[in-house]
Design a protein around this ligand. Structure first.
Ligand code: 5AD
Ligand code: SF4
Length: 456
């Protein structure tokens, strides 16, 4: 049991130093958002954050369960820390995020050093769980809560960089047959419009220029308006765009099925929306799409992209593709490659299918060897890379408006910025430019990044 002081009240009356904490996060941007809000909550409760895990009183792990590999990472990390002496028997380890919700009390058996298990919906109760564990030594598993409870219970967000994530909905009700998210994050529920707008106004007051609206399926946003009506995602886009100080607006993830004409009209009408949209297609084979329960065909997807490109000719489209879904044949894979060649995605994330316990696809026969799936993945990734490089080369010599995000990781003398179409640009300039939008000429194209010069 850790010897941290535990006379802690969550209402903030008592803001004393109760120990140090470290947060490690895996998974999607929604997890990054949750992790940031946990940091604010812990700080408001008197804890002090440590960048390094070694010696922290509390280690909080925000995990991802989307593929078995993602899930394994957290357990591998804990054993590595144990061997390196980063953690000891006094460290309070709290495991949360999607693995927390998926495995709940099984985790305590899998990894005895874990003291607390929380889920994506119960992060706001973490200080209570920690103080209770520290006082009694009784392990805690707490993964059940109303979908939106945490948003009301969390303190106002702290100041962080020029780009901010804002979760607009929790959970997912689509139930794609391969996906664990509906079971870890629960049924879909949208936050009220005003709460989202207030959060964005706070960000802008802190100097944020770019807002990323997050949800598993943002198109189906249906939060309440202040007068009690149901909003739509397109309404929300217009409302956010009208906030003074929002200079760039992104959103993810979009489902092709609910990408309705009103959303396409908003993309056409609102220049503040970035020239980049991520729309996972998952497969180009109608047979596989049906088995995935995606509710669209590959031609529906082609038509959707046509419409979006007509509304915004410069838009870059990225996607997610799963290779080796149970029963995927070489013909199915060829259909995926045909779609990739038709659309010419600007970038793509591709994964080998991973069997997730409790999902409908986990019951399907899966005769294709992993070796064969890996070969297909390689072929697909080569093609996606070819198009990504082609688009980058097309940007050589163009002028781009970029948001300067920070210092370059590779060279401290350089700055890292991002174009509207989501390409990273490395440039020379004073650190005082961080957090501002500047115009740059693209002077060089590397594989995944660009080099630029600030227009004087
Ligand atoms: N196996 C492999 N990839 C998956 N994804 C979701 N579930 C699985 C799974 N069981 C991928 C999808 C999704 C992305 C976030 O992860 O492509 O869009
Ligand atoms: Fe991973 Fe999905 Fe959970 Fe995000 S919502 S952390 S991608 S399992």
């Amino acid at each position: 049991m850790a010897d941290i002081t535990t006379s802690l009240k969550l209402d903030g009356n008592l803001k004393m130093q109760v120990g140090t904490f470290h947060v490690a996060v895996w998974g999607c941007q929604m997890n990054v958002y949750d992790a940031d809000r946990i940091r604010d909550l812990m700080a408001a409760s008197g804890y002090v954050e440590q960048v390094e895990p070694r010696g922290a009183d509390v280690i909080i792990l925000v995990t991802c369960a989307v593929r078995a590999k993602a899930e394994d990472k957290v357990f591998n990390q804990i054993s590595a820390w144990r061997h390196q002496g980063v953690i000891n028997e006094r460290t309070i380890i709290a495991l949360g995020g999607c693995v927390g919700a998926e495995l709940a009390d099984q985790i305590l058996k899998l990894e005895p050093s874990i003291a607390i298990v929380f889920g994506p919906r119960t992060a706001h109760r973490l200080p209570h769980m920690i103080s209770s564990y520290a006082a009694t030594g009784d392990k805690i598993v707490d993964v059940q809560a109303e979908a939106l409870e945490k948003f009301d219970a969390l303190p106002e967000q702290g100041q962080r960089g020029p780009s901010a994530f804002v979760t607009i909905m929790e959970g997912c009700s689509n139930k794609c047959s391969y996906c664990i998210v509906p079971y870890t994050r629960g049924e879909e529920e949208s936050r009220p419009e005003q709460d989202i707008l207030d959060e964005i106004v706070t960000h802008v007051a802190h100097g944020v220029k770019e807002i990323n609206l997050l949800g598993q399926n943002v198109n189906s946003y249906r939060g309440l308006t202040p007068d009690g009506n149901q909003s739509r995602f397109s309404n929300l886009l217009y409302e956010v765009a009208a906030i003074d100080g929002v200079e760039r607006l992104r959103f993810t993830t979009s489902n092709p099925m609910e990408f309705t004409d009103d959303i396409i009209a908003a993309i056409h009408d609102l220049p503040v929306i970035a020239d980049y949209i991520h729309i996972p297609v998952q497969s180009g084979s109608d047979r596989i799409l049906k088995m995935m329960r995606r509710n669209y065909t590959s031609d529906d997807y082609r038509r959707l992209i046509d419409k979006i490109r007509k509304a915004r000719p410069n838009i870059y489209i990225s996607t997610d593709i799963i290779v080796g879904f149970p029963g995927e044949t070489d013909e199915d894979f060829a259909e995926t490659m045909r779609l990739v060649n038709d659309i010419k995605f600007d970038s793509g994330f591709s994964f080998i299918y991973s069997k997730r316990p409790g999902t409908p696809a986990a019951e399907l026969p899966d005769p294709v060897s992993l070796e064969h799936k890996k070969q297909n993945l390689y072929v697909l990734q080569e093609k996606l890379e070819e198009y990504a490089v082609m688009y980058s080369q097309g940007m050589l010599g163009t002028r781009q408006r970029v948001l300067v995000e920070g210092i370059s990781r590779k060279n401290e003398q350089e700055l890292k910025a991002r174009t509207s179409n989501n390409r990273v640009v490395i440039l020379e300039g004073a650190p005082s430019l961080i957090g501002t939008m500047v115009d740059v000429d693209i002077t060089k194209v590397m594989t995944h990044t660009l080099k630029g010069e600030i227009v004087r």
